[in-house]
Write a protein that binds this ligand. Structure first.
Ligand code: NAP
Length: 438
């Protein structure tokens, strides 16, 4: 880690000084290289992380777009001229890169989340040290390093540090304590994010936190039920439920609950489970047996508290069958905790106001969906939801590289996309006193 920080610190002045248009050419080249390799990346994702084809395709298509979005942002490092209170003074606000940025990314969407962590800081003139998860060192790290090299980025702009299982703390601690690392950007669980934020606090180091979620999708009485079933299925079960923005709590208004649940269970039961390398598989294996065990305990606990398993609730190897739980209440542990697997707890609400209250009854606040044909009502609900993202008439699951994605409450702080410039640059006040002051 120290060598990586050394390299990043050494590369920083020249990279910060490089003309933006030259940076842009490199990003666009990298995008083309990654895009050409997309067919090779899909099986790599299946092999390394168990991603089935739909999520493999999604990742292979969006990943090059991070380079293109970064290319479009190289001129975003802008300042402004401000009024001065002193005569003959020229007063400005300068925006500058901060230096070395450390990025820590998880295994669930490795190229997407690693590229999101580093591309924006690099576009603004920073250099980076990236630590992917030990579960995905290739698709979250080495592959990206290769692409940077092939595109011709100067040495030291991106440095990848991989670690063995259980040794991520050593890398993290080095990034936190080394004064040359000026910002950290972390994507992962709320527990680890909290721990890192505490350490960063001690060193007065800024950290952006993209953390866990327990995202609601609210289905209103006026919803098109078949559409709601599709949206909830996609939102909950994409990547076997291992996405931060998966719709992890399905909240349905009472009058349509029975019809929705009936159709939802039919749809969910039809999702094909198995080898992620088979083209028709929708639900591949969970990342490891630890996550499987955790999920099993969560479902068992829910059942012991009164929830009913309507389909699924079993596993073969690390493949957990897509599961729908009914009779879930706000008192249950499964309502409060993030379930990182293919389990959909369904909660019924008295009316839309009750649905909003239930949705906000969470320590998390990442994303939300509201399925309704009444867009005015949808917008009113969106305003009241305590989440960083809301999609009206869609599920909670959505990602676009320019969008200001980021959470509230225990889902973290800091934004990406078009707002990332606020996180990875320093604002400074500089004055020119053109005539000597009285
Ligand atoms: P995690 O255990 O927190 O790990 C995330 C990253 O942190 C990995 O690279 C991990 O390395 C590293 N890490 C673990 N302990 C560390 C420590 N003490 N110091 C420094 N680094 C440390 O999370 P995960 O289980 O991989 O990912 C799933 C979680 O991420 C879920 O909660 C999900 O909701 C969240 N997530 C959030 C977003 C978002 O944008 N908000 C996106 C995706 C995922 P090792 O794996 O090598 O230990």
């Amino acid at each position: 880690t120290r060598l990586a920080i050394n390299a990043a610190a050494e590369a920083f002045p020249a990279w910060a000084a490089m003309e933006p248009a030259k940076k842009r050419i490199l990003f666009l080249k990298a995008a083309d290289i990654l895009e050409k390799r997309k067919d090779e990346i899909i099986p790599m994702l299946a092999e390394e992380t168990g991603a089935a084809l739909p999520f493999g395709i999604f990742q292979s298509l969006i990943s090059p777009e991070f380079f293109r979005e970064a290319a479009s942002q190289v001129h975003r490092v802008t300042g402004k001229i401000i009024p001065a209170e002193i005569p003959d003074c020229f007063s400005m606000v300068l925006r500058q890169p901060v230096g070395v940025v450390g990025g820590i990314s998880p295994w669930n969407a490795p190229p997407v989340l690693s590229l999101r962590a580093i591309c924006f800081p690099i576009a603004y003139g920073n250099t980076t040290v990236l630590k992917p998860s030990s579960q995905s060192p290739v698709t979250g790290g080495v592959l990206i390093a290769q692409i940077f090299e092939e595109a011709g980025f100067p040495k030291g702009v991106l440095n990848v540090v991989t670690n063995g299982p259980g040794r991520s703390g050593e890398v993290g601690d080095e990034l936190v304590t080394d004064k040359r690392v000026r910002r950290i950007t972390f994507t992962g669980s709320t527990d680890v994010g909290r721990e890192l934020a505490e350490k960063c606090g001690k060193h007065l180091k800024k950290i952006t936190l993209e953390l866990g979620g327990n995202d609601p999708v609210i289905i209103l009485n006026d919803a098109d039920i078949d559409y709601a079933v599709n949206a909830a299925t996609y939102g909950r079960f994409m990547h076997q439920g291992q996405v931060c923005m998966n719709s992890k709590r399905i909240i349905v208004e009472k009058p349509i609950a029975a019809e929705f649940i009936d159709k939802f269970v039919k749809k969910v039961s039809s999702l094909k489970v198995g080898n992620p390398k088979n083209a028709d598989t929708i639900i591949g294996p969970l990342i490891n047996s630890r996550q499987l065990d955790r999920l099993k305990v969560q479902v068992e606990k829910a059942v012991s508290e009164g929830a009913k398993v309507l389909c699924g609730g079993k596993h073969e190897g690390n493949c957990y069958y897509p599961t729908v739980l009914s009779d879930v209440t706000e008192e249950m542990q499964i309502f409060r905790e993030e379930t990182f697997g293919p389990v959909a707890p369904v909660i019924t609400a008295e009316d839309w106001e009750d649905a909003v209250r239930i949705a906000n009854n969470s320590s998390y606040g990442l994303s939300a969906g509201v399925i309704t044909t009444d867009l005015n009502k949808g917008l009113r609900i969106a305003e009241r939801l305590e989440t960083g993202v809301v999609h009206v008439n869609d599920s909670s699951l959505g990602d676009e590289t320019h969008a200001p994605l980021g959470g509230m409450k225990d889902s973290g702080w800091g934004k990406n996309g078009m707002e990332a410039v606020e996180e990875f640059t320093e604002i400074r006040w500089v004055t020119l006193q053109m005539k000597n002051r009285h």
